[in-house]
Ligand binder design. Structure first.
Ligand SMILES: *Cc1c(COP(=O)(O)O)cnc(C)c1O
Length: 364
């Protein structure tokens, strides 16, 4: 058998590790920030009907421009943010990861630089590597906040082609103020991507409200988290129509399957029902914060559906002891600036109870 080391893989990919949280069956999964609520019977019935109908035309390629879906997404995002958006300001792909990859294909690449504020979403540097974009990771403050002065100084020093700001940030839950994001946009010589994967869980306003005044701003979103649709793989962004035109240059033809477009639209028609779970998730998150702190641990202030907790002397050992008790959390402790921390997302009430009891046992 030929090993990976023996293949003529690109030099800049040698020695890299693929993204991947462990996928363990038959445990309580609180490690990838999913919404714990499965689709309702009514939604599943809608899907069955629609997919059955769509089956009749699967010999045809899907709408390459996903116009219906982008129109629905523009309307959803407009309702949420109070900013009127048209479908030509919205782009969609197979998860926001594909959207972000397309952004780097169009605006990054060999000889170009992307910059992010760490710790943050570990996929951003991996997508940079895959597209041959140089990555600059700039440390956040010790409390994981991102003050405008820190961000602006780093941008002036490195003059990046693409800046990533994740807000609320993964894995810390930290929100970056709109004032700081506006300052970042003003300082950045290139494009600014605000990754708002968890925006529906946050109290504050969206960076979508800055789009009109910042033509090089891109705001990415996903249906994987609050919308409880991780399995369907649907992400999107809002930006100027010119940015959307740039992404068309790099997207694969017919990249969003007819079934994906359809499933997303059917889910969006039940936005109210799906987002009703956000309040339940936040209640369990707030309960987790209180009870974890009650065990004498520290929780980083969070505006997302997950939290960072610790410190632990040996996080992998604590992670394993929780797994031994049937609860899977995320060991992020090997990431930059994350020594000692674990991450967990809120589950249903029984799942959250199981996690808290397991943690209490482990802490004894
Ligand atoms: C989960 C997550 C995403 C979502 O990825 P999808 O490809 O849409 O599932 C994007 N950004 C961040 C920061 C995330 O945590």
């Amino acid at each position: 058998m030929t090993g990976l080391d023996e293949l003529p893989v690109r030099d800049d990919l040698r020695g890299k590790t693929p993204y991947g949280a462990p996928q363990v069956q038959d445990v309580i999964q609180l490690n990838v920030n999913e919404n714990p609520y499965a689709p309702s019977a009514a939604l599943v019935a809608d899907l069955q009907r629609a997919v059955g109908q769509a089956g009749l035309t699967l010999n045809r390629y899907p709408d390459r421009e996903a116009v219906h879906l982008r129109t629905s997404l523009a309307s959803y995002l407009g309702d949420r943010t109070g900013v009127a958006l048209s479908s030509d300001q919205v782009w969609a792909a197979n998860g926001s990861n594909e959207v972000l990859q397309q952004v780097l294909q169009a605006f990054g690449g060999p000889g170009r630089t992307a910059l992010g504020f760490e710790p943050s979403y570990s996929m951003h540097p991996i997508l940079a590597a895959g597209t041959g974009t140089r990555w600059v990771g700039v440390p956040r403050q010790p409390d994981f906040t991102l003050p405008a002065e820190l961000a602006v100084a780093a941008i002036e020093q490195h003059a990046p082609d693409v800046v990533f700001v994740t807000s609320p940030n993964n894995p810390t839950g930290t929100v970056t103020s709109l004032e700081a994001i506006a300052a970042i946009c003003a300082a950045a010589p290139g494009m600014v991507v605000v990754d708002e994967a968890y925006a529906e869980f946050a109290a504050g306003p969206s960076a979508v409200t800055l789009l009109a005044s910042h033509p090089r701003l891109l705001v990415s979103r996903t249906m994987s988290k609050a919308f409880a649709l991780a399995g369907a793989r649907v992400g999107y962004l809002a930006a100027s129509p010119a940015v959307v035109d740039a992404l068309r240059l790099v997207r694969l033809p017919y990249h969003l399957s007819a079934l994906t477009q359809l499933v997303a639209r059917i889910a969006l028609a039940r936005t109210h029902e799906l987002l009703a779970t956000v309040e339940l998730v936040k209640q369990q998150r707030d309960r987790m914060v209180r009870e974890i702190e009650g065990l004498g641990l520290t929780v980083v202030p969070t505006d997302a559906n997950f939290l960072l907790f610790g410190p632990f002397a040996d996080p992998p050992v604590t992670w394993q002891r929780l797994l031994d008790r049937g609860v899977l959390v995320r060991d992020v402790s090997s990431g930059p600036g994350l020594a000692g921390w674990l991450r967990v997302n809120a589950g249903t009430e029984p799942e959250t109870t199981a996690f808290l009891s397991a943690l209490e046992e482990v802490m004894q």
